[in-house]
Ligand binder design. Structure first.
Ligand code: F6P
Length: 474
């Protein structure tokens, strides 16, 4: 049975773990992209093509005829690709997460990295193979004239590859990350830069979370491909084809989030947090321990705030939830250790018998995160750079009175900036001052800002975000 609407992404809606006796347990896939798209997939007739990420996933694929999990497990229509582990590792860890992610989030320590040598060339070859495996699977599964929605930096080459296989399809690509400005994108070897851009331009529609990232993409297409870019109509002419560029600022399904956050497990987490911190003010952050999230500078800002404002000692607690992420990469393991070191230093410097100024938690716990949102007086979201940042949108939906301290480099700043306290993420002292200002914000001001933030955060929930892109392919 062929499909008329297909999604392709690295991470899929389900993942599997394998016990020692070989038994498989199925779970919901993780991450922002997956939760947004899962909501859409639940009530749309579509096929989701994703990669097997783990030993457990590979075990599941091998039991599923043609990799179609819906035929072997009680999952929605999913085809999981069993890409050889070495190819997958190079494509996902080395190219997608250590190269393209670093380029778009401006994460390199340029005196030392990147170094594009022979090793990178092998990795790039794997990235091509991995993208090719997706193109092939999509070409097999798509019905005539079907619409195919390809997601993110893992799959930049798939649109062009798929077009070669199936020129009848209508293809969209969506970037959930920022897009690098040409001066930084030019760190990539020239041929790789060209391949990435022309790969995406194999689509009919290239989507971005904000106008800023869409413009950076168009700038790169003009600079590296010599493509004809019309910024007014947001179109790019390349290789005799016209590609439309769309801006789709993904938001949150407010009703569903509020309903989830009203469940008993969240209520009991709220009680536990209150028991721990008493009636002290709460500064909350919730992130993956991800280099771009800028957790170390965030802790530095809190430390500076405490050092400069002894009047707040004993009256405020910082709840920092920093969940594990990408621990296959040494940079991420080191970063987690740096976050823990910083937290320890703050405790050593300021903690007293009856006051713990900082509670750092590195274990993923969704109900506890929702509880923290509901209790927050201040929400700190200070990424170096971020495609959107849904934490900044979820917080004001769940708290009627939290003040949002937001990095001007987060995509969310385009919609939420006017009602946030905007900060330069590198400016630790500026962030410390914003935390102080946020704590002092009067109640009426908080409520007014929160209401407007909520409206902006729910303006484009996942369902409409997806439908708009489908419609753009008509
Ligand atoms: O920010 C884009 C995004 O695809 C997120 O949706 C997701 O959380 C992340 O990047 C990918 O992370 P991971 O490597 O854990 O899949």
């Amino acid at each position: 049975m062929s499909s008329q609407v297909l999604i392709a992404s690295n991470r899929g809606p389900v993942s599997f773990t394998m016990a020692d006796d070989g038994a498989l347990t199925m779970r919901r896939g993780g991450g922002g992209l997956v939760s947004g798209l899962s909501e859409v997939a639940r009530d749309t007739d579509l096929l989701w093509v994703c990669a097997a990420l783990s030993h457990g996933d590979r075990g599941a694929v091998r039991l599923a005829p043609g990799g179609r999990l819906d035929r072997a497990f009680d999952a929605g229509p999913v085809r999981m690709l069993d890409i050889p582990p070495t190819v997958f590792h190079r494509a996902y860890n080395a190219v997608a997460n250590s190269t393209l992610w670093f380029v778009h989030h401006l994460l390199y320590n340029t005196p030392v990295t990147p170094q594009f040598g022979m090793r990178f060339r092998r990795e790039w070859e794997s990235y091509r193979d991995y993208n090719g495996a997706f193109a092939l699977a999509l070409a097999e599964e798509a019905g005539p004239g079907a619409r195919v929605m390809i997601q993110d930096y893992h799959l930049t080459l798939t649109p062009a590859m798929l077009r070669v296989e199936r020129p009848d399809l209508r293809i969209a690509h969506f970037s959930h990350t920022p897009w690098a400005p040409p001066e930084y994108f030019s760190l990539l070897p020239d041929d790789v830069a060209v391949e990435v851009l022309s790969g995406i331009l194999g689509a009919d529609h290239a989507g971005f979370l904000t106008a800023r990232w869409a413009e950076a993409f168009m700038d790169c297409c003009a600079a590296f491909l010599g493509a004809r870019v019309d910024r007014e109509s947001r179109t790019i002419i390349h290789d005799g084809r016209t590609v439309r560029v769309g801006v789709h600022p993904l938001g949150v399904n407010g009703e569903a989030l509020l309903a989830r956050a009203a469940e008993p497990d969240v209520e009991s987490n709220m009680a536990a947090i209150r028991h721990m911190v008493g009636d002290r003010k709460l500064i909350v952050r919730i992130d993956r321990t991800e280099l771009s999230k800028n957790i170390v500078r965030g802790l530095g800002a809190y430390r500076e705030f405490l050092a400069g404002h002894p009047e707040w000692h004993g009256k405020v607690v910082h709840l920092a939830f920093a969940y594990p992420s990408r621990h296959d990469l040494p940079e991420y393991r080191e970063y987690t250790a740096a976050v823990q070191r910083c937290a320890k230093e703050i405790e050593d410097e300021f903690a007293t018998e009856d006051w713990d100024p900082l509670i750092l938690n590195v274990h993923d716990d969704y109900p506890r995160s929702l509880a923290a949102y509901r209790l927050a007086d201040v929400l700190l979201v200070n990424p170096i750079r971020d495609g959107m940042n849904l934490v900044a949108k979820e917080g004001p939906i769940l708290s009627r009175r939290c003040a949002l301290v937001l990095s001007r480099e987060a995509g969310a700043a385009a919609e939420l900036g006017a009602d946030s306290l905007l900060v330069n993420p590198y400016d630790v002292s500026g962030t410390a001052a914003a935390l102080h200002q946020a704590l002092l914000l009067p109640e009426e001001d908080r409520a007014g800002r929160c209401a407007r933030l909520r409206e902006a955060a729910t303006a484009l929930p996942p369902r409409r975000w997806f439908d708009d892109q489908l419609a753009a392919l008509e």
